[in-house]
Design a protein around this ligand. Structure first.
Ligand code: 0L1
Ligand code: MG
Length: 260
Protein backbone atom coordinates (compact mmCIF):
# COMPACT_ATOMS: atom_id res chain seq x y z
CA UNK A 1 0.00 0.00 0.00
CA UNK A 2 1.67 3.23 -1.07
CA UNK A 3 1.92 6.51 0.82
CA UNK A 4 -0.75 8.22 -1.31
CA UNK A 5 -3.36 5.58 -0.43
CA UNK A 6 -2.39 5.78 3.27
CA UNK A 7 -2.87 9.57 3.19
CA UNK A 8 -6.17 9.31 1.32
CA UNK A 9 -7.55 6.78 3.80
CA UNK A 10 -6.49 8.93 6.77
CA UNK A 11 -8.25 11.93 5.21
CA UNK A 12 -11.33 9.82 4.47
CA UNK A 13 -11.60 8.75 8.13
CA UNK A 14 -10.79 12.24 9.47
CA UNK A 15 -13.54 13.73 7.28
CA UNK A 16 -16.04 11.09 8.41
CA UNK A 17 -15.32 12.07 12.03
CA UNK A 18 -15.74 15.80 11.38
CA UNK A 19 -18.89 15.31 9.31
CA UNK A 20 -20.35 12.69 11.74
CA UNK A 21 -20.87 10.48 8.76
CA UNK A 22 -20.72 6.70 8.95
CA UNK A 23 -18.70 4.97 6.26
CA UNK A 24 -18.10 1.46 5.07
CA UNK A 25 -15.06 -0.24 6.50
CA UNK A 26 -11.93 0.48 4.49
CA UNK A 27 -10.95 -3.20 4.23
CA UNK A 28 -13.89 -3.67 1.85
CA UNK A 29 -11.78 -1.91 -0.79
CA UNK A 30 -8.41 -2.78 0.75
CA UNK A 31 -8.65 -6.39 1.98
CA UNK A 32 -4.84 -6.54 2.05
CA UNK A 33 -4.65 -3.94 4.85
CA UNK A 34 -2.38 -5.24 7.63
CA UNK A 35 -2.24 -4.13 11.27
CA UNK A 36 1.13 -2.49 10.56
CA UNK A 37 -0.24 -0.46 7.65
CA UNK A 38 -3.36 0.38 9.66
CA UNK A 39 -1.13 2.02 12.29
CA UNK A 40 0.48 4.01 9.48
CA UNK A 41 -2.97 5.30 8.50
CA UNK A 42 -3.63 6.15 12.17
CA UNK A 43 -0.27 8.00 12.36
CA UNK A 44 -1.24 9.99 9.29
CA UNK A 45 -4.64 10.79 10.81
CA UNK A 46 -2.92 11.97 14.00
CA UNK A 47 -0.61 14.11 11.88
CA UNK A 48 -3.59 15.73 10.12
CA UNK A 49 -5.09 16.69 13.49
CA UNK A 50 -1.78 18.08 14.75
CA UNK A 51 -1.50 20.16 11.56
CA UNK A 52 -5.00 21.49 12.28
CA UNK A 53 -3.68 22.75 15.63
CA UNK A 54 -5.09 20.11 17.97
CA UNK A 55 -2.93 18.73 20.80
CA UNK A 56 -2.57 15.16 21.97
CA UNK A 57 -3.79 14.64 25.56
CA UNK A 58 -2.45 11.10 25.59
CA UNK A 59 -2.85 7.65 24.13
CA UNK A 60 -5.62 5.20 24.91
CA UNK A 61 -5.80 1.44 24.93
CA UNK A 62 -8.67 -0.59 23.48
CA UNK A 63 -9.61 -4.27 23.40
CA UNK A 64 -8.08 -4.77 26.85
CA UNK A 65 -10.59 -7.33 28.11
CA UNK A 66 -10.30 -11.08 27.53
CA UNK A 67 -13.78 -11.08 26.00
CA UNK A 68 -12.93 -8.36 23.46
CA UNK A 69 -9.57 -9.89 22.56
CA UNK A 70 -11.26 -13.24 21.98
CA UNK A 71 -14.00 -11.63 19.89
CA UNK A 72 -11.41 -9.83 17.73
CA UNK A 73 -9.12 -12.88 17.73
CA UNK A 74 -6.10 -10.92 18.97
CA UNK A 75 -3.65 -11.43 21.80
CA UNK A 76 -2.73 -7.84 22.44
CA UNK A 77 -4.75 -4.63 22.76
CA UNK A 78 -4.77 -1.77 20.27
CA UNK A 79 -4.03 1.88 20.87
CA UNK A 80 -5.19 5.25 19.60
CA UNK A 81 -4.95 8.89 20.67
CA UNK A 82 -7.14 11.29 22.64
CA UNK A 83 -6.93 14.94 21.53
CA UNK A 84 -7.75 18.13 23.44
CA UNK A 85 -10.94 18.71 21.44
CA UNK A 86 -12.25 15.33 22.62
CA UNK A 87 -12.23 16.26 26.31
CA UNK A 88 -15.72 17.20 27.47
CA UNK A 89 -15.87 20.37 29.54
CA UNK A 90 -18.83 20.20 31.87
CA UNK A 91 -21.34 17.41 32.13
CA UNK A 92 -23.28 17.53 28.89
CA UNK A 93 -22.72 16.07 25.48
CA UNK A 94 -24.80 16.68 22.38
CA UNK A 95 -25.92 13.75 20.23
CA UNK A 96 -25.21 15.98 17.22
CA UNK A 97 -21.50 15.53 17.88
CA UNK A 98 -21.68 11.78 17.25
CA UNK A 99 -22.72 9.08 14.82
CA UNK A 100 -23.68 6.26 17.24
CA UNK A 101 -21.86 6.78 20.57
CA UNK A 102 -21.23 4.21 23.28
CA UNK A 103 -19.80 4.79 26.74
CA UNK A 104 -17.41 2.75 28.84
CA UNK A 105 -15.88 3.29 32.29
CA UNK A 106 -12.10 3.45 32.54
CA UNK A 107 -9.23 4.54 34.74
CA UNK A 108 -6.75 7.05 33.34
CA UNK A 109 -3.12 7.28 34.40
CA UNK A 110 -1.19 10.54 34.57
CA UNK A 111 2.53 9.87 34.36
CA UNK A 112 5.04 11.70 36.52
CA UNK A 113 7.98 10.39 34.48
CA UNK A 114 8.59 9.27 30.93
CA UNK A 115 8.41 5.52 30.48
CA UNK A 116 9.90 3.53 27.69
CA UNK A 117 9.64 -0.11 26.68
CA UNK A 118 10.51 -2.80 25.86
CA UNK A 119 10.24 -4.88 29.01
CA UNK A 120 8.11 -2.37 30.95
CA UNK A 121 6.07 -3.97 33.77
CA UNK A 122 2.93 -2.91 35.63
CA UNK A 123 4.99 -2.36 38.79
CA UNK A 124 7.35 0.01 36.94
CA UNK A 125 4.35 1.87 35.54
CA UNK A 126 2.86 2.32 39.03
CA UNK A 127 6.19 3.71 40.26
CA UNK A 128 6.21 6.25 37.40
CA UNK A 129 2.54 7.27 37.81
CA UNK A 130 1.71 10.53 39.53
CA UNK A 131 -2.07 10.21 39.65
CA UNK A 132 -4.98 8.10 38.51
CA UNK A 133 -8.37 9.53 37.60
CA UNK A 134 -11.75 7.91 36.83
CA UNK A 135 -13.10 8.53 33.35
CA UNK A 136 -15.92 7.77 30.95
CA UNK A 137 -14.76 7.22 27.41
CA UNK A 138 -17.26 7.77 24.61
CA UNK A 139 -16.34 5.76 21.55
CA UNK A 140 -17.91 6.44 18.16
CA UNK A 141 -16.62 4.22 15.38
CA UNK A 142 -16.86 5.92 12.04
CA UNK A 143 -17.88 2.58 10.52
CA UNK A 144 -21.47 1.67 9.81
CA UNK A 145 -22.92 -0.34 12.73
CA UNK A 146 -19.46 -0.61 14.36
CA UNK A 147 -18.77 -3.16 11.64
CA UNK A 148 -14.99 -3.38 11.32
CA UNK A 149 -12.00 -5.71 11.28
CA UNK A 150 -8.92 -5.15 13.45
CA UNK A 151 -7.00 -3.07 10.85
CA UNK A 152 -10.13 -0.95 10.21
CA UNK A 153 -10.54 0.04 13.85
CA UNK A 154 -6.82 0.75 14.28
CA UNK A 155 -6.86 3.08 11.26
CA UNK A 156 -9.95 4.79 12.75
CA UNK A 157 -7.97 5.87 15.85
CA UNK A 158 -9.51 3.04 17.91
CA UNK A 159 -12.96 4.68 17.67
CA UNK A 160 -11.82 7.63 19.84
CA UNK A 161 -14.39 10.38 20.14
CA UNK A 162 -14.80 12.05 23.57
CA UNK A 163 -13.85 11.58 27.21
CA UNK A 164 -15.33 12.86 30.46
CA UNK A 165 -12.80 12.90 33.30
CA UNK A 166 -13.85 12.68 36.95
CA UNK A 167 -12.92 15.47 39.32
CA UNK A 168 -11.13 13.26 41.87
CA UNK A 169 -7.55 12.24 41.44
CA UNK A 170 -5.63 9.83 43.62
CA UNK A 171 -2.11 8.56 43.95
CA UNK A 172 -1.98 5.06 42.43
CA UNK A 173 -0.95 3.50 45.76
CA UNK A 174 -4.14 4.80 47.42
CA UNK A 175 -6.23 2.24 45.51
CA UNK A 176 -6.00 -1.42 44.59
CA UNK A 177 -6.76 -0.77 40.97
CA UNK A 178 -7.27 -4.41 40.02
CA UNK A 179 -9.96 -4.68 42.70
CA UNK A 180 -11.55 -1.34 41.86
CA UNK A 181 -15.29 -2.01 41.47
CA UNK A 182 -17.20 0.08 38.95
CA UNK A 183 -20.88 0.28 38.03
CA UNK A 184 -22.10 2.05 34.91
CA UNK A 185 -25.71 3.24 35.11
CA UNK A 186 -28.02 4.96 32.66
CA UNK A 187 -31.14 6.67 33.95
CA UNK A 188 -30.65 4.98 37.33
CA UNK A 189 -30.33 1.44 35.96
CA UNK A 190 -27.06 -0.47 36.11
CA UNK A 191 -26.14 -1.37 32.53
CA UNK A 192 -22.78 -2.98 33.24
CA UNK A 193 -20.23 -3.43 36.00
CA UNK A 194 -16.73 -4.70 36.44
CA UNK A 195 -13.45 -4.59 38.33
CA UNK A 196 -10.13 -3.07 37.30
CA UNK A 197 -8.73 -6.57 36.72
CA UNK A 198 -10.90 -6.72 33.57
CA UNK A 199 -8.21 -4.50 32.01
CA UNK A 200 -5.47 -7.03 31.20
CA UNK A 201 -5.35 -8.12 34.86
CA UNK A 202 -4.56 -4.61 36.18
CA UNK A 203 -4.87 -1.19 34.50
CA UNK A 204 -1.13 -0.61 35.08
CA UNK A 205 -0.41 -3.68 32.91
CA UNK A 206 -2.27 -1.93 30.11
CA UNK A 207 0.06 1.08 30.32
CA UNK A 208 3.07 -1.27 30.40
CA UNK A 209 1.81 -3.08 27.29
CA UNK A 210 1.28 0.27 25.59
CA UNK A 211 4.85 1.36 26.39
CA UNK A 212 6.12 -1.93 24.98
CA UNK A 213 4.00 -1.59 21.82
CA UNK A 214 5.16 2.00 21.27
CA UNK A 215 8.79 0.94 21.78
CA UNK A 216 8.53 -1.06 18.52
CA UNK A 217 8.12 2.30 16.81
CA UNK A 218 10.85 3.99 18.85
CA UNK A 219 8.24 5.97 20.83
CA UNK A 220 7.80 6.42 24.57
CA UNK A 221 5.11 7.56 27.00
CA UNK A 222 5.75 11.03 28.32
CA UNK A 223 5.35 12.63 31.75
CA UNK A 224 2.09 14.58 31.91
CA UNK A 225 0.29 12.44 29.36
CA UNK A 226 -3.13 11.16 30.42
CA UNK A 227 -3.52 7.55 29.35
CA UNK A 228 -6.87 5.80 29.08
CA UNK A 229 -6.20 2.20 30.04
CA UNK A 230 -9.26 0.41 28.58
CA UNK A 231 -12.83 -0.44 29.51
CA UNK A 232 -13.51 -1.84 32.98
CA UNK A 233 -17.12 -2.15 31.83
CA UNK A 234 -18.37 -3.03 28.39
CA UNK A 235 -19.44 -0.23 26.04
CA UNK A 236 -23.08 0.79 26.40
CA UNK A 237 -25.10 2.52 23.65
CA UNK A 238 -26.08 6.16 24.33
CA UNK A 239 -29.40 7.82 23.44
CA UNK A 240 -30.75 11.36 23.70
CA UNK A 241 -32.05 12.01 27.22
CA UNK A 242 -29.68 9.56 28.91
CA UNK A 243 -28.29 10.44 32.28
CA UNK A 244 -25.05 8.51 32.63
CA UNK A 245 -23.37 7.83 35.95
CA UNK A 246 -20.40 5.63 36.74
CA UNK A 247 -19.56 4.84 40.36
CA UNK A 248 -15.93 3.97 41.08
CA UNK A 249 -15.51 2.34 44.52
CA UNK A 250 -13.71 4.77 46.83
CA UNK A 251 -13.01 7.02 43.87
CA UNK A 252 -16.23 9.00 43.31
CA UNK A 253 -18.63 9.17 40.41
CA UNK A 254 -18.39 10.49 36.86
CA UNK A 255 -21.64 11.77 35.36
CA UNK A 256 -22.96 13.36 32.20
CA UNK A 257 -26.19 13.95 30.33
CA UNK A 258 -26.92 13.34 26.65
CA UNK A 259 -28.75 16.24 24.99
CA UNK A 260 -30.21 16.44 21.50
O1 0L1 B 1 -11.72 2.20 23.72
C1 0L1 B 1 -11.92 1.14 23.13
O2 0L1 B 1 -12.03 0.03 23.70
C2 0L1 B 1 -12.09 1.23 21.66
C3 0L1 B 1 -11.65 0.09 20.86
C4 0L1 B 1 -12.52 0.07 19.65
C5 0L1 B 1 -13.72 -0.74 19.94
C6 0L1 B 1 -15.01 -0.29 19.40
O3 0L1 B 1 -15.13 0.69 18.67
O4 0L1 B 1 -15.95 -1.00 19.73
MG1 MG C 1 -11.90 2.71 25.71
Amino acid sequence: MDKVIIKDLARFLADAEVEKREVLKITNDHPELTVEKAYEIQEQLVQLKLEEGYQIVGPKMGFTSQAKMKQMNVNEPIYGYIFDYMVVNGQEISMQDFIHPKVEAEVAFILGKDIEGPGMTGAQVLAATEYVVPALEIIDSRYENFNFTLPDVIADNASSSKVVFGSRIKRPDELELDLLGVTLSINGQIKDLGAGAAVVGHPANSVAMLANMLARKGLKLKAGQIILTGGITGAVVLNVGDSVSAKFDGFGTVDFQVKE
